[in-house]
Every structure is written in C-alpha cells, then in structure tokens.
Design a protein. Structure first.
Length: 174
C-alpha cells in the first residue's frame, strides 16, 4: 500500500500547471460589466423610444427634469441630448453584440444610472398633458429590460471583466 501512495503524490506534483496568483487588467482598457440577456424586440423598443423622444418637441425640458431628479448638489455637466445619446450608444453597441433573436449583452455597471434616469425622463414626458410624446408601450418594455439589468447587476456571478470597447459608455482610452 505504501508504494501506491508514493506514486500518487509524485504524479500530483508533476502534473499541476502553473497558475499565476492573479491577473492584472488595466483599468484604462477593461472594466466590470454584467452579462444580461436581451432580445431583438427589447432593442426595437429602445430604438423606438429614442427616435420618438428625440423627434417630438419636449414640454418637459431635460435640464429642468435633471435638476429636479438629481439632488444632494451633484453637479452634472449634461446637455439636453446627453441621456438620449448614451441610450443610443447602448442600443448601437448591443445591436453589434446580438447574434440571434436573443443574446447576452454587456450592461455598464458604472453608467447604468443614465439609462434609468432616461426612462424616468421619458415617463415624465409621456405623463405630461401638454407634451405630444406618447410611447407608453415602449417605456414599459424598456423599464422591464432595465429592471432585468439591475437585478443581474446585483448577482456577482453575472459580472465579468470586459474590454471597454464592448461596454456602452466605456470606450477604452487610446
């Protein structure tokens, strides 16, 4: 029995691959993002929401809305179209990541507040009686996707280290 144990311990020490203690991912090139499943219909709802919102005259100005929504003296350097531009970039990036009808895309953990804020802005416009913008069906669908993304972001198992070029709003520094 002793000879079997000696042979096994020698085999174990010689076949183990060398594994680095840690990997280093440069922060200017990589970021943490969350994998989330979206469908073509989800992206279509996002695209329709953006197109209708930017094509109609706003009764609720974005700058007024932002100053009301964001408290605690947070100074944002936002222009009128910044939130819509970010959501547009999100849709463009996700469309490039979609392989079939439904695929996993990367949700930007550090920029996710912009999408949630844009959806609240669209909802405020849709509820305003003098605003001609009405996109309730798309808002509900987009809100459902945002909720799914936020839930996935709370699950550490769905997070990954991703090259910034694959994450909306997180372009790599060149």
């Amino acid at each position: 029995m002793r000879s079997f144990e000696d042979g096994r311990s020698k085999a174990e020490t010689t076949t183990r691959p060398s594994v680095p203690e840690y990997e280093h991912f440069p922060a200017d090139t990589y970021c943490v993002a969350c994998a989330v499943a979206v469908s073509r219909d989800d992206l279509l709802a996002f695209r329709e929401l953006i197109e209708r919102e930017t094509a109609t005259t706003a009764a609720v100005e974005q700058s007024t809305f932002l100053s009301r929504e964001i408290e605690y003296g947070l100074d944002l350097q936002q222009t009128e179209a910044d939130l819509a531009a970010f959501v547009h970039e999100l849709v463009e990036t996700w469309e490039g990541q979609l392989d079939g009808d439904s695929s996993a895309v990367w949700w930007p953990l550090e920029s996710d507040w912009r999408v949630a804020l844009y959806v609240r802005y669209c909802r405020a416009r849709a509820e305003h009686e003098t605003d001609e913008f009405d996109c309730t069906e798309q808002i509900e669908r987009v809100q459902m996707v945002v909720s799914r993304c936020e839930s996935a972001a709370e699950n550490a198992a769905k997070r990954g280290i991703v090259h910034r070029d694959h994450v909306p709003g997180e372009r790599a520094e060149r």
